[in-house]
Design a protein around this ligand. Structure first.
Ligand code: GDP
Length: 291
């Protein structure tokens, strides 16, 4: 189920409940079952969905709601809050400071959109007055450096990498040193998407990354939770970017990635182009989802 359909299904379930002559236990259960089905079809992890259902039932105690209460509104609010809670790890992402060098490392599986997202992230900050630079520490995939170089050139962002060097740590250290000297305040390191390499990178870099961003393809479905958790176990993921939210994206993966990494989604990718990139805010996202 794609994201727009998910929102539609949830809204419909709430509407159906509202149309019932009386909102009793059965009407509420029918509504929650419908929402559960929609979330599972959107690849939200089963445990998250079950917890959500339990929480809503705890909050909405029908016996306690006097006849005069607007039950529909209370239930709708509870559903809204629970969806927000799923997407909000309860702590903000590390905030970078303009003018002070920060090193940001991107991790994620090959094909997730990591290299594209590195450039989008750099470009976004460049437009806001930062001085970003890109370092290609992906020595595993042939063509990775060329791709980064091409993207960086298009966006007029300085880049560093090597066709010859096979040690990603060496490249990262050299790249970070060079761009520090050039007073870049946002040094972005693109990695290969292989856990072992990333652990070494994180441990051996002289200047530890200030932030590790996990990039996840929104269309990977139920695998999202495990994948995100695997990365979280090897490096200290501090934020998530969900890519390919255009097209046939199932939003559920995003919800699961937040739960697995306990880190906020900070941006979403909505296309292949440099500026198809949006800041992610939980409440507007859920409002839009529910129409
Ligand atoms: P990497 O292997 O993780 O570095 O992935 P790439 O950056 O090479 O991206 C893989 C493919 O996904 C490329 O064809 C990108 O153009 C495409 N891609 C990346 N982000 C998005 C996005 O937000 N939307 C769409 N539609 N395509 C994307």
């Amino acid at each position: 189920m794609v994201l727009a359909e998910l929102g539609g299904s949830i809204s419909r379930a709430i509407q159906q409940m509202s149309n019932a002559t009386i909102i009793d236990e059965k009407a509420l259960n029918d509504c929650l079952n419908e929402i559960t089905r929609a979330l599972l079809q959107s690849d939200v992890q089963f445990k998250l969905v079950r917890d959500m259902q339990t929480n809503i039932k705890k909050i909405v105690n029908l016996d306690d709601l006097a006849a005069g209460h607007n039950k529909r509104k209370i239930i709708q609010q509870a559903i809204f809050n629970e969806l927000c809670k799923m997407l909000d790890p309860g702590k903000p992402s590390f905030t970078l400071k303009k003018g002070k060098t920060s090193v940001v490392m991107f991790v994620g599986l090959q094909g997730s959109g990591k290299t594209t997202t590195c450039t989008k992230y750099a470009y976004y900050h460049q437009k806001k007055g930062w001085k970003p630079a890109l370092v290609c520490a992906d020595t595993f995939r042939a063509g990775a450096f060329d791709q980064l170089k091409q993207n960086a050139t298009k966006a007029k962002i300085p880049f560093y990498g090597s066709y010859m060097e096979s040690d990603p740590v060496k490249i990262s250290v050299e790249g970070v040193e060079r761009f520090k000297k050039e007073n870049c305040d946002l040094i972005i390191v693109d990695t290969s998407g292989r856990h072992k390499q990333e652990v070494a990178l994180f441990e051996e870099m002289r200047q530890k990354p200030d932030l590790v961003i996990f990039v996840m393809d929104s269309s990977i479905g139920q695998a999202a939770f495990d994948q995100a958790q695997a990365f979280k176990q090897s490096v200290a993921v501090g934020a998530v970017i969900v890519t390919k939210m255009d097209g046939h994206a199932k939003g559920g993966g995003a919800l699961s990635a937040v739960a697995a990494t306990k880190s906020p989604v900070i941006f979403i990718g909505t296309g292949e182009h440099m500026d198809e990139f949006e800041v992610f805010d939980v409440k507007p996202f859920v409002s839009r989802l529910l129409g």
